[in-house]
Design a protein around this ligand. Structure first.
Ligand code: URA
Length: 435
């Protein structure tokens, strides 16, 4: 078999066999297929697409390219969730405890934030002492004990994706549904859960800007799970505004704790309840309506919040900050942002809002940059609110007043005001699978 023929076949619109896909993935991971041939194939896939069978085979081969996690020794149905990323998305911190408190088992590997989007690992690490770099044994021990553990991705999980994603990033081949879907799902398959719920974000803060693109990606990922013998469903959810009111690591943990105690913003709570219902449906434990009621019940009876504290303690975290978020180390400076005009807040460019939080120190521009756990934004107005001159729009938190002012400048550029009340956008714009 020759890489040249595989590239030419895809260039001409042919359908690659499982063997051809395996030849490429194994050869590229081992270093036998050079970057220039891999990038030519990635571009051919970008332009010609892939059938669901090809996308499924590509995902299976990528998932098998490195370590995989065996969750078969765990009790209960193993579940996982993936969000395509957004601003203020702290759903794992709320959903995981709800799911585990209902007897589902979540052994979750999460990532760090990059660019305008945040990452669960950074949020968790704002809890003093909490460790996310765990050995495989420790990870599984905590899952067995608590039903929930969230750790960083292990070193050799899906090395094919690590190489291919870095290549796609510099060869203008990121924007391809089969390549995105296989990249995401290879990591989910390797992480081992039986049921996978996908939160595909759409809007100005999301990777996918329109509901149509998001639906296409969602369908591709649900199809891959079926091809792999796993259960999956996807919700297409709004990211045209930040989720909740907090953007930034310890601020988001505090907001997640409030949501778990029934005091969270409605959008965050409603989405987490919907996601939890989705996991219960996939696990065969409830229908959607019953699932929502069960999830809300775990917030009301305090068991979900208790689960978060159990997980944090098992991972070495100081639980007192969860009980009283005012114990989190404070930011060096705070700057209130006041409205300079009156009118409806019609839109908030969510990627810019995320960029403002990066300016404040809450995120990183490039891998490895340091972050300030206390930095971020607390929103006091969201699109759809009427604003009077002088109203508090938001608070900026950063290490210094100068950083607060830099964040404010970017944040103000994200805001749009107008004379008309904007149309209300639903939080969940669609669903794929999980019938
Ligand atoms: N996230 C991933 O993990 N992979 C992609 O290709 C795009 C987003």
């Amino acid at each position: 078999m020759r890489m040249y023929d595989i590239i030419a076949k895809k260039r001409d619109g042919g359908e690659l066999s499982r063997e051809e896909i395996r030849f490429f993935v194994q050869g590229y991971t081992a270093g036998d297929v050079p970057d220039y041939q891999a990038s030519a194939l990635a571009m051919a896939i970008c332009l010609r697409g892939m059938t669901p069978r090809e996308t499924g085979d590509l995902t299976l081969e990528m998932a098998a390219s490195g370590d995989t996690v065996d969750l078969s020794t765990l009790e209960g149905v193993t579940v996982d969730k993936h969000s395509t990323g957004g601003v203020g998305d702290k759903t794992t911190l709320v959903l995981g405890p709800i799911a585990a408190s209902l007897g589902l088992t979540m052994a979750k590997m999460s990532g760090r934030g990059l660019g305008h989007t945040g990452g669960t690992i950074d949020k968790l690490e704002s809890i003093p002492g909490l460790r996310t770099e765990l050995s495989r044994e420790e990870f599984l021990r905590i899952v067995k004990q608590v039903g929930l553990c969230v750790a960083g991705q292990s070193g050799n999980l899906v090395p094919a994706d690590k190489k291919l994603y870095a290549l796609r990033d510099v060869t203008a081949t990121v924007e391809s549904v089969p390549l995105i879907a296989s990249s995401i799902m290879s990591k989910k398959l390797a992480a081992g859960a039986q049921c996978i719920l996908l939160d595909v974000k759409t809007g100005s803060g999301a990777f996918m800007k329109t509901a149509e693109q998001s639906r296409e990606l969602a369908q591709a990922m649900v199809d891959i799970a079926a091809h792999a013998g796993r259960k999956a469903a996807a919700l297409i959810t709004d990211m045209d505004r930040p989720l909740g009111n907090a953007v930034g690591n310890s601020l988001e943990v505090a907001e997640a704790c409030a949501a778990l105690q029934g005091r969270g913003p409605a959008d965050l709570t409603d989405l987490c309840v919907e996601l939890a219902a989705g996991l219960l449906v996939l696990a065969g434990r409830a229908g959607w309506e019953e699932g929502r009621a069960l999830a809300r019940g775990q917030i009301q009876n305090g068991q979900a919040f208790q689960k978060l504290k159990e997980m944090a303690a098992a991972q070495g975290g100081d639980v007192s900050v969860l009980e009283d978020p005012s114990c989190f180390p404070a930011a060096g400076a705070r700057l209130p942002v006041l409205a300079g005009e009156e009118g409806w807040l019609t839109a908030m460019d969510t990627a810019l809002c995320g960029a403002a939080s990066v300016e404040l120190g809450a995120g990183r521009e490039k891998k490895g940059d340091a972050i300030d756990s206390a930095a971020g934004i607390l929103l006091h107005k969201k699109p759809g609110d009427y604003v009077h001159k002088g109203d508090l729009l938001a608070e900026m938190f950063a290490a210094s007043p100068a950083l607060c002012r830099r964040g404010e400048e970017v944040f103000r550029a994200a805001l749009r005001f107008g004379p008309e009340q904007p149309e209300k956008r639903p939080l969940v714009l669609g669903r794929v699978g999980g019938a």
